[in-house]
Ligand binder design. Structure first.
Ligand SMILES: [Zn+2]
Length: 289
């Protein structure tokens, strides 16, 4: 890989954007809020046991994240949960750990952070993270935490957007952080390099729909705060595009021919406006059908 390739990677773009991004704070329900603007959406649970964060943002936003967290109360950050291994959810691990946060994640999050990991579709190779950035507690299937009088159920999706995705269910408040198994109003990235697949992502999207009630507040990894009907819309988009791309591939069409056939055309205006456009998403789906 040459230097220019690294410069043009979306990883570099997203890291740089976080340096100047405004952090939007939204209080959701009870003592749970969400911070938007530094990498993936960050959920925050406050209380006397210390703050619990779901995802770590990007340390170029550290000053503004620190301000936003202080605005939610004086209790220190004591716990961090990584929804999956991707940089825009874990780059802040080291500094949050340095100020006192224990880090909980799926086993595969620690595995990928601890080693050199290449993501071809981002044109980027991640070096091993420093030891202070690694999760301090890992689990394989399910883990329940009770913090600040609130029960959090962490559950592994199986292979979905990556092979390390978990949901974080604040059961009492009926709020769920679904990692990158929902990009609300955006085509999602699917990371085949670390065990993701379109069919796994559809299974996760279906599990989210089954979990949600019409009262549930849904925090996706990316996009605005969502609800059950948006989970359904996202799942239906995935299923429809998967079927269209699969049918074209079965006709013997190459990846470029399928992209040229524009199987996402009906969806691009709503879903293709940000990081992943219709052509990129078509290539991601083609790889998995
Ligand atoms: Zn991700």
């Amino acid at each position: 890989m040459n230097v220019n390739a690294e410069v043009t990677s979306p990883v570099t773009t997203i890291r740089n954007a976080a340096a100047t991004a405004k952090i939007n704070v939204t209080r959701l329900r009870g003592n749970i809020s969400v911070l938007e603007g530094s990498g993936g959406n960050i959920a925050v649970l406050t209380g006397p046991d210390g703050k619990v964060l779901v995802d770590a943002g990007i340390p170029t936003s550290r000053l503004r994240l620190t301000e936003a967290l202080a605005g939610l109360g004086n209790d220190p950050v004591k716990h961090l949960i990584n929804s999956h291994w991707h940089f825009d959810h874990t780059d802040g691990n080291e500094w949050l750990h340095s100020i006192g946060a224990a880090i909980t994640a799926h086993t595969n999050t620690k595995k990928h952070l601890a080693t050199t990991t290449r993501v071809d579709d981002w044109n980027f190779t991640f070096p091993p993270a420093p030891s202070g950035a690694l999760p301090t507690t890992v689990f394989d299937d399910e883990q329940t935490l009770v913090v600040n009088g609130t029960r959090l159920v962490l559950r592994y999706y199986g292979q979905a957007h990556t092979d390390s995705d978990i949901w974080i269910d604040f059961t009492d408040a009926d709020i769920i952080h679904v990692a990158d198994t929902l990009w609300n109003g955006q085509y999602p990235f699917i990371d085949y390099s670390t065990g993701g697949s379109v069919d796994g992502l559809i299974r996760a999207a279906q599990a989210n729909v089954a979990r949600a009630t019409h009262n549930t507040i849904v925090i996706g990894g990316h996009g605005s705060i969502g609800n059950k009907s948006q989970l359904i819309e996202f799942r239906d988009m995935l299923v429809t595009i998967r079927e269209k791309v699969s049918a074209l591939k079965k006709q013997g069409k190459s990846r470029d021919e399928v992209v040229d056939a524009k199987p996402t055309a009906d969806y691009d205006a709503k879903w293709g406006g940000l990081i992943i456009d219709g052509d990129f998403f078509t290539r991601l789906v083609y790889a998995g059908v």
